[in-house]
Design a protein around this ligand. Structure first.
Ligand SMILES: Nc1ncnc2c1ncn2[C@@H]1O[C@H](COP(=O)(O)OP(=O)(O)OP(=O)(O)O)[C@@H](O)[C@H]1O
Length: 265
C-alpha cells in the first residue's frame, strides 16, 4: 500500500487518507502519480471513485472497462483538461511533461488544411512545413497534406491527429480509442510508430482502449475500470511486453472478458 502523502506540486485539491487502490512501480522513474478520491459532475453524480496509480517513464499503461464507465473522464483529468476533481495529480519534477493527445474524436480544425492541422503547436509550424510533412508521411497521408478535414474519412482524420500528437515529440502520449476505425495495416503502423518512440525516447503512454489487441501489443500493464462510480476492478501485467516494470501488487487473471458488458453496480 502506498503511504499517504501530500505531494508538493499538483493540479488540485485535497489530501485524504483512505480509500486507496494501491499499485506502484518499482525501479522506474515516475512520470506521473494520480491519487484520485472522487470525480463528481456538476449535477452531483459521482463518475469516478477512489483510485491511485503511477506511470513510469517509458511505460505503457492501458485502461479499459465498459462503455460509459469514465475512462475518457480519467484521461481528461490526467491531461489537465478537467481539474474539477478531488485528489492529486503529480508530475515528476513538479512540471507537467510535454503532452500529446489523440482524442476519441480527432478534433481537427475544419478551416485549416491537413498540413496546417498537423503543424498546430509547433512554434515555427507555419514557416517550416517539412517536419509536418514527415509526420504525415509516417502515418501514410502525404497525399492529403493540402485537403481540408471535411474530405477525410474518420480513420484518415484519426491518422492526422496521430501525426499532430507525435510531431510534438511528447513525453507522455494520451490515447483515447485512438486505433478505432483503422484497418489492421494502418493500426499496425501507428502502433509501431508509438512503440518506437517508447523505446527510443522513453515516451510514456496512457491509452484507453476496448481492444485487447492494443493492450496486448503495446501495454506493460492494464487497468480495468468498473462499477458506479468507477474504480479499478482488475489490474494485470501484460505478458507480451518484456519491459514490464515490477509490480508491487496484484494477481494477474487470464480471462479476456474485461471490456465486455455494462458497468456492474
Ligand atoms: N461533461 C459531462 N457532464 C456530465 N456527465 C458527463 C460529462 N461527460 C461525460 N459524462 C458522463 O460521464 C460518464 C462517463 O463518460 P466517459 O466518456 O468518461 O465514459 P467512457 O468510459 O470513456 O465511455 P466510452 O467507452 O463509451 O467512450 C458517462 O455516463 C457520461 O454520460
Amino acid at each position: 500500500m502506498r503511504p499517504v502523502s501530500c505531494w508538493p506540486s499538483s493540479w488540485s485539491t485535497s489530501c485524504f487518507s483512505h480509500g486507496w487502490i494501491a499499485m506502484s512501480v518499482v525501479g522506474n522513474a515516475k512520470r506521473l502519480s494520480l491519487s484520485l478520491h472522487a470525480k463528481h459532475w456538476p449535477d452531483g453524480r459521482q463518475v469516478l471513485g477512489a483510485m491511485n496509480f503511477s506511470l513510469a517513464v517509458g511505460e505503457v499503461l492501458a485502461i479499459s472497462g465498459p462503455s460509459g464507465c469514465g475512462k475518457s473522464t480519467l484521461l481528461s483529468i490526467v491531461a489537465g483538461l478537467d481539474q474539477a476533481f478531488d485528489g492529486r495529480l503529480e508530475w515528476s519534477g513538479g512540471q507537467p511533461p510535454g503532452l500529446g493527445i489523440v482524442f476519441q474524436t480527432p478534433r481537427l480544425l475544419p478551416w485549416r488544411t491537413v498540413l496546417a492541422n498537423v503543424s498546430l503547436g509547433l512554434a515555427d509550424g507555419a514557416k517550416n512545413t517539412s517536419p509536418a510533412r514527415q509526420a504525415l508521411a509516417e502515418v501514410g497521408l502525404s497525399e492529403a497534406a493540402d485537403v481540408y478535414p471535411a474530405r477525410l474519412s474518420l480513420g484518415m482524420a484519426r491518422r492526422v491527429a496521430f501525426a499532430r500528437a507525435l510531431l510534438s515529440e511528447p513525453d507522455l502520449l494520451l490515447l483515447d480509442e485512438a486505433f478505432a476505425s483503422l484497418d489492421d495495416e494502418a493500426a499496425g503502423k501507428l502502433r509501431a510508430s508509438v512503440m518506437t518512440r517508447v523505446a527510443n525516447r522513453r515516451m510514456s503512454v496512457l491509452m484507453v482502449t476496448h481492444d485487447l489487441r492494443d493492450a496486448e501489443e503495446m501495454a506493460d500493464r492494464l487497468l480495468v475500470l468498473g462499477g458506479t462510480p468507477a474504480r479499478v476492478v482488475d489490474e494485470r501485467a501484460m505478458p507480451t511486453r518484456t519491459s514490464a516494470p515490477t509490480l508491487t501488487s496484484t494477481a494477474v487473471p487470464t480471462d479476456r472478458s474485461f471490456a465486455r458488458g455494462s458497468c456492474p453496480p
